[in-house]
Write a protein that binds this ligand. Structure first.
Ligand code: SF4
Length: 209
């Protein structure tokens, strides 16, 4: 695929993503993307996402955007938030190796600021195609930005978490981002809520694949 150029907008990114026949092609195209000039100029890596070796995850975890460690390594959820996510997945009876791990926005916003609406709009093409290619029946949206991407801009996390929502034929669960669980501490509501939601997701997935 040809690189995505600086003058390309969300529709051009979506077209490039839709043309990718498989994960490898999509990842290669996304790594050349410079549709968001500020992010492309400051990032170290485009964090495309992790997929299981089989390419067929039982669930997809979707966060907001890469942080500093993710930007350095090129992998999603590998910093403190990633360590807590792995821990809570294990406590819930889930294995990260059976999940795909993605972000709504693939490049780190400077200073870990919240991604801007045009950045989310541009990067949505990559995420939509990733979800289609992975074809997992269950998605867990981690944090409000991700929850809004799936459930709409007026989403209030407390009002939607704790149960699945049917979106484009998928079962979407919205819950706290691990960074909120860290911020509010080990006895805070976000950590307990995140664990409860992951445990509920594990129950719907049943036993071993
Ligand atoms: S955030 Fe997404 S759309 Fe923007 S430059 Fe990075 S990969 Fe491209």
């Amino acid at each position: 695929m040809s690189p995505v150029g600086t003058d390309h907008d969300a529709r051009t990114v979506a077209a490039a993503a839709a043309a990718a026949p498989d994960w490898t092609s999509l990842a290669a195209a996304a790594r050349t993307c410079v549709a968001c000039p500020e992010l492309a100029a400051t990032r170290q890596h485009v964090v495309v996402g992790d997929v299981p070796p089989t390419g067929r995850p039982r669930l997809v975890l979707v966060g907001e955007a890469p942080g500093a460690t993710e930007d350095e390594t090129g992998r999603p959820f590998v910093g403190k938030s990633g360590a807590l996510l792995d821990l809570l997945l294990g406590e819930a009876g889930l294995d990260r190796a059976e999940a795909a791990v993605l972000n709504v926005v693939k490049c780190r916003p400077p200073g870990n600021r919240t991604p801007k609406a045009p950045e989310v709009a541009r990067c949505s093409g990559w995420l939509r195609r990733q979800l289609d290619l992975l074809d997992a029946p269950v998605v867990v949206a981690l944090g409000l930005s991700s929850a809004k991407w799936f459930l709409g801009p007026r989403t209030v996390l407390a009002a939607v978490r704790g149960r699945p929502h049917e979106v484009d034929g998928r079962s979407v669960w919205a819950t706290y981002h691990p960074s909120a669980a860290i911020r509010f501490g080990p006895n805070g509501a976000p950590r307990a809520g995140l664990l409860a939601d992951l445990t509920a997701v594990a129950a719907t997935l049943g036993g071993a694949p």
